[in-house]
Design a binder for this molecule. Structure first.
Ligand code: FES
Ligand SMILES: [Fe+2]
Length: 362
């Protein structure tokens, strides 16, 4: 689990957080969409969602409509979900299975590899079957059964973008067996970065999460900053348990909580195989859609798994309340920025990356 650590900038000027205006100004989000979300790998789904040829799902990345589909050659591809004829959004449903993709406006049809099949309002389709008349493709890569897309054709390959993150997952032997069993979306009245900040430190845990600190040994809690990601965790106190089921001593690892630049989190708790992928997707500069994808081995949850879900929900509710209160303060004229404690180095890493991406000196 221990990864190649990176040094977080430790000079005195960096003790301050990024300016609060970055949480409250609409034009900052526009810049972030362009410079951060359109240039980073974004998790869009799990391989179990496109198991059969023709399986597809739609999503949004950096405000762009995206379509992911498994072709007749078994390759999973991503396209802009936009018709090349006159821009209509092609697939409207969230998921399904299709032999051919059809635009609902003038009936152009496309093969699952994105090539044009027929354009009924053009007599001769031959000249359309290449280039402009095909769906516009988007880079897609899969690691550890997770599907990512990147709108930037020049971005580093996925496996090279996050240091040894994917290698560190190799000892999680159940990853390939997981199925998406639950998805929850919730609207959070705070800037997307506020929730990432909250996730990246546990100074607030003793105050805000009594059940969390009652279960985990906080004296052993650590956060390790790695290349474009960080990992945090500790061990479970020997006499404690998650939910109602006693953990066996061999599983006294308290789980691992990853963050991946810019807005993705992966949590793996001990006990039966589980993983939650969390994304903070900006709706506007002061509103965020929290998307929680929960994976277990089976849709029929055991009592232990139901207890774990309830435990995660409770911790999440506690965090959402805090970041919504924080957003009120970001808008105030009282302070222009905050300060980092020595144990908030995970947040400092995130803020250093925000400064670099947006070219901010303060
Ligand atoms: S806009 Fe799609 S066929 Fe015309
Ligand atoms: Fe928290």
């Amino acid at each position: 689990m221990m990864a190649n650590q990176v040094q977080v900038n430790d000079t005195s000027t960096m003790i301050k957080t990024i300016p609060y205006r970055l949480y409250t100004e609409p034009q900052v989000l526009k810049e972030e969409q362009e410079k951060i979300f359109a240039r980073s790998w974004q998790f869009v789904g799990h391989s179990s969602q496109v198991q059969k040829q023709g399986d597809y799902f739609t999503c949004e990345v950096a405000g762009e409509p995206i379509l992911v589909v498994r072709g007749k050659d078994d390759q999973v591809r991503a396209f802009y979900n936009v018709c090349p004829h006159r821009a209509t959004k092609l697939e409207k449903k969230e998921e399904g299975n299709k032999k051919i993709l059809q635009c609902g406006y003038h009936g152009w049809t496309f093969n699952l590899d994105g090539s044009l099949y027929k354009a009924p309002n053009f007599k001769n389709t031959d000249s359309f079957c290449e280039g402009e008349a095909c769906l516009r493709s988007v880079r897609l890569e899969m690691e550890a059964s997770m599907i990512f897309v990147n709108l930037d054709d020049d971005a580093l390959p996925l496996a090279e973008s996050y240091g040894d993150f994917f290698t560190s997952l190799k000892d999680v032997e159940f990853l390939g067996e997981l199925k998406k069993v639950w998805e929850k979306k919730r609207v959070i009245k705070a800037n997307w970065k506020a929730f990432i900040d909250n996730y990246l430190e546990c100074d607030h845990c003793p105050i805000a999460h009594p059940s969390f600190v009652a279960t985990l040994d906080m004296s052993q809690y650590s956060i390790v900053a790695c290349e474009n990601y960080s990992v945090q965790g500790t061990i479970v106190k020997p006499d404690k348990q998650y939910g109602s089921v006693e953990l066996n001593k061999a599983e006294f690892q308290g789980g691992r909580f990853y963050w991946l630049w810019p807005n993705m989190m992966v949590t793996i708790y001990p006990g039966s195989g589980n993983m939650t992928v969390i994304q903070m997707v900006p709706i506007d500069h002061e509103t965020t859609l929290g998307v929680y994808h929960v994976f277990f081995r089976d849709e029929n949850l055991t009592q232990e798994e139901k207890d774990l879900l309830a435990f995660m929900e409770q911790v999440r509710d506690e965090d959402v309340e805090l970041v919504e209160l924080e957003q009120i303060g970001f808008r105030s004229r009282a302070f222009k920025e905050g300060r980092f404690s020595p144990t908030e180095h995970g947040v400092r890493q995130f803020h250093d990356m925000i400064r670099e991406a947006l070219d901010i000196k303060a």
